[in-house]
Design a protein around this ligand. Structure first.
Ligand code: IYR
Length: 222
């Protein structure tokens, strides 16, 4: 069953003056330069409306064949957070003690991360992001395309939206993350992509002293 191509006029594109474009791009850059990954959270609750609107924004992401291969589980229940923390710390302990090669630990040294993940319980919201490797329609498996790219772009929009709305985030990637399917009761066509920790920073939150590569280092003109 193929859906026919039925184009409609583009009505939402906003053409701006060049000066306005430059001003907006620079203001956006400044805003994004203020984003920091936060590992110390206040337990203060955050508005549901903010989370919902940002997830709806994430759901606008360009994606393979518009199949929208993502699912977001919003976790607020302290008991579920505790289960996730326990499972994540178990994997992380094995990672830091046994599985991580020395060069990986060396690359992480400047971030000060370790196997302890108190933020999983402290932060008011966790968003577990799942990538649908395939969809299920009736009894049939339907293939999805560019799943990693699609979910990665959606996640970027989500992180940007939450930052823009005044919340801090942490992209947590306990590895492997299969425990999220069990705890959150998600089907096996969904693979855990990332656990996004969301909330307000603790009043005394500290962040690593790191910098971003300058423009000249991340670009080439041809
Ligand atoms: N998943 C581990 C290790 C870790 C890996 C990378 I790459 C980071 O940028 C940060 C942490 C952890 O969450 O501690």
């Amino acid at each position: 069953m193929t859906t026919p191509f039925q184009p409609v006029p583009l009505t939402t594109f906003e053409r701006l003056d060049e000066s306005e474009m430059i001003a907006r791009a620079r203001a956006f850059r400044t805003k994004m330069q203020q984003r920091r990954t936060v590992r110390e959270y206040s337990s203060e609750p955050v508005p549901d409306e903010v989370i919902d609107a940002c997830i709806e924004a994430a759901g606008t992401a360009p994606n393979g064949a518009n199949l929208q291969p993502w699912h977001f589980v919003i976790v607020r229940d302290p008991e579920v957070k505790a289960q996730i923390r326990e499972a994540a710390e178990e994997e992380e302990q094995d990672f830091y003690e046994n599985r991580a090669p020395p060069e990986w630990l060396e690359a992480l040294a400047a971030l000060g991360t370790d196997e302890h993940k108190p933020f999983v319980e402290t932060a008011p919201v966790l968003i577990a992001i799942f990538a649908e490797s395939y969809a299920i329609r009736g009894d049939a498996k339907v293939k999805n395309y560019y799943v990693q790219e699609s979910v990665g772009i959606a996640t970027g929009i989500l992180i940007t939206g939450l930052h823009h709305a005044g919340l801090a985030t942490l992209t947590h990637t306990p590895s492997p993350m299969g425990f999220l399917n069990k705890i959150l009761n998600r089907p096996k066509n969904e693979r855990p992509f990332l656990l996004l920790v969301v909330g307000y920073p603790a009043s005394d939150a500290m962040v690593p002293s790191i910098t971003k590569k300058p423009l000249g280092e991340i670009t080439t003109h041809r």
